[in-house]
Write a protein that binds this ligand. Structure first.
Ligand code: PMP
Length: 437
């Protein structure tokens, strides 16, 4: 492709990015609907909504740049280190099946037995319509794993953050989160009605200074961070954050979605990696959809915390209980994680190999520490799309991340490394990348 064509694509991407930003502003400011469509019926047509304009611009971006959409690909079976898409076998770096338990025959057999016993759905809220033993068994196992009093399971990881933060905090409170915190944390904070502030990524000193300035203006303060950041593959210095939260009388919440089963010699997450006692953290949040081969989220913590959530968190009280078959799958995965720590060691070795070979090939891996998540920063959305397409043509499935999910110059391919990847698969992937880049 000529330089002229490349330039045209970059300019088209820039113009669309400007349009997208305008639509985003319009979405945040309802009074500006007219700027998108001034017709009398504009307010009752979905096409006139700024959100729809964003979708339209995303599609147009793909067309103008002549890139195939890498989204919504259909997998024909279990997606692990390899997967089948459209009848072709691919090396797969686009999911969080970190220890290979999703699709593991033993885990699946336990889930099937749970279907035979309980059916496929809990069909109603646990508080109102009652429990299944496996739901509590999973919660107790997670509480024991996190060395907390108790635990409560929700039907979605995203909904866990939204409903828990929204239920516990409100006007007069402050929620401070890492600038790269997951959308679910931000949504929960926005919904709560508390003041929301962010601090630069992993910068506990900036957080300390922020709280020194503003702590006295608020009743409760929540600090929300992650055990392993899913965009960058780096993690916080947990002890420093514990010190800050103690100094300022705040609650500390850690989202362990990508840390459980990944960090620490036995996969116990960021606390094991950093050597920090469990009770130094107030809310341990996790997702069942990654290492735990299921679907749902949890909060592990002290009894009063879990009691409040079990009785009053809207996403628990007014939502169906976790499906018994999914609870059983996650319980089985948690047991296997503890019985087979060699899987964690293999995952960590794979992550190290991926990072060191990528660096040796001159690829920009940002701040990744080489644990399961390794980004390769391309510098533009156009390049990220092209690299992902070229990899796909070569039989490697990897997710590109574009603006606005990250800053335009931070656009990237994001590799999720699993324990089930073979060393030669990793080497082949890096060699392919090095050729394309
Ligand atoms: N927290 C983090 C850090 C995540 O990355 C995700 C999803 N990838 C979630 C929460 C939501 O979890 P789930 O996908 O299980 O709803």
């Amino acid at each position: 492709m000529g330089i002229g064509e490349n330039l045209r694509q970059q300019l088209a991407a820039k113009a669309l990015k400007r349009q997208f930003d305008r639509a985003t502003e319009a979405a945040a400011a309802p009074s500006s609907v007219e700027s998108v469509d001034t017709g009398a019926s504009a307010r009752s047509r979905f096409e006139a909504m700024p959100l729809y304009q964003q979708v339209r611009i995303m599609r147009e971006m793909g067309e103008k740049l002549h890139v195939d959409s890498p989204f919504f690909r259909v997998h024909d079976g279990v997606a692990g280190a390899t997967t089948r898409i459209g009848g072709r076998e691919y090396l797969n770096f686009a999911n969080y099946n970190y220890l290979g338990f999703a699709g593991d025959p033993g885990v699946s057999a336990r889930a099937k037995a749970a279907i035979d016993r309980y059916g496929t759905s809990a069909s109603a809220s646990r508080m109102v319509a009652g429990e299944r033993p496996v739901q509590r068994a999973l919660e107790w196992a997670l509480a024991s794993f996190y060395e907390t009093d108790d635990c409560v399971a929700f039907v979605s990881g995203h909904a866990t953050n939204v409903t828990v933060i929204g239920a516990l905090f409100g006007p007069g409170d402050l929620i401070v989160h890492d600038a790269l915190a997951h959308n679910s944390i931000v949504q929960g904070a926005q919904m709560s009605g508390a003041k929301r502030l962010s601090f630069p990524h992993n910068d506990w000193q900036a957080l300390d200074e922020l709280l020194t300035r503003v702590r006295r203006d608020y009743r409760h303060v929540l600090i929300a961070i992650e055990g392993l950041y899913s965009m960058d593959g780096d993690f916080p210095d947990l002890q420093r954050f514990v010190d800050v939260k103690t100094r300022h009388g705040a609650f500390l919440m850690i989202d362990e979605a990508h840390a459980l089963g990944v960090l620490g010699a036995s996969g116990k997450g960021i606390r094991e990696h950093c050597g920090v006692a469990s009770d130094q953290v107030d809310l341990w949040m996790g997702s069942m959809s990654k290492t735990l081969a299921g679907c749902g989220g949890f909060i592990a913590g002290c009894q009063p915390l879990v009691d409040m959530l079990r009785h009053l968190a809207p996403g628990f009280l007014y939502s169906v209980g976790i499906a018994p078959m999914l609870a059983e799958a996650s319980l089985a995965a948690l047991e296997r994680l503890q019985a087979e720590p060699e899987r964690v060691a293999r995952l960590q070795a794979n992550g190290r190999q991926f990072l060191s070979e990528a660096r040796a090939a001159g690829l920009n891996t940002g701040t990744s520490e080489g644990y399961a998540v390794v980004p390769v920063i391309t510098g533009s959305s156009v390049k990220a799309a092209k690299w992902a397409n070229a990899m796909f043509a070569d039989g490697i499935n990897v997710q590109p991340i574009f603006y606005p999910a990250v800053e335009e110059k931070a656009a990237r391919l994001r590799f999720f490394v699993c324990s089930t990847h073979q060393p030669e698969q990793i080497s082949r992937t890096i060699a392919t990348l090095a050729r394309i880049a």
